[in-house]
Design a protein around this ligand. Sequence first.
Ligand SMILES: [Zn+2]
Length: 324
Amino acid sequence: MIEEVRDRLYRIEVPLPNSPLKELNSFVIKADNRNLIIDTGFNREVCWETMQKGLAELKIDLSRTDFMITHMHADHSGLVTRLATENSKIYFSRIDAKVYDKDNSWKDMIDYAQINGFPPDELMKALHNHPGYKYSPKTVPKFNLIDDNDIIEIGDYRLKCIATPGHTEGHICLYDEDKKILFSGDHILYDITPHIESWSYQINSLKNYMESLDKVYHLPVDIVLPGHRTFFNDLKSRIDELKEHHLIRADEVMDVLGRTEKNAYDIASGMTWDIDCEKWEDFPIAQKWFATGEAIAHLRYLESEGRVKRKTDKNIITFSPANN
Ligand SMILES: [Zn+2]
């Protein structure tokens, strides 16, 4: 399904089967000399066919097209290597690009999940069900690395890159000041709350996320174009809701913890999740994985706020209330 959002700016809705996100918004800006495609969909056939059809309908010549990928997740980056031609520039965050430098980033993640209480016999299954493992680009694209405040110009669109760490460390939003358009990627979604996870105690992703919400709060916008689902106008109200949501979640983590000492996996299993399953045991493995990552992000945040203590002296990392 294609929709003209603004003059020469289009959205292609790319289906994401079995994902709670339902679809990805791929944005296409047409210009006389070069076109720009923002985000692409998973590297899987249903996404590929939708993009091929949509781009043909819009008469996009890929040899005159550049790409901008808001962050490294496979639903955004998955197809870029297949769509890009040798003439294409692929704009991508310098920080997120580091993921591709490491051969063993999945192994690090698995080890980390294990020391946070994820059942060892389910780790491999979790990996093989992870969308990033299944649907990432098969070869690493050649990137044009971008940083905060860089400008991408395409036709009469002038897009400023805004580094918004949180959803991923290198996440980038694009802002057109004259047109008052914010491409928010997965930093700010309207129908669902962006997933905030942490797979390293070095990174306080929830704190970064809250600060990145403040960073875009005062931007004058007429329309926000997120990476998934519905467009919206009222940026400030949505940011207020998202901040409130995470503070409530942090309090919930404190309630689940009570006066006990628990690992992140056990805390995740005691939290409420917006998913069609009666109990934790029935959660699909990938959802258990995401839930654990989200619990860790909240625990790391609570630790920085002085509300929980982290214990690392045993094989499994545990948390307890700071005032216990
Ligand atoms: Zn994402």
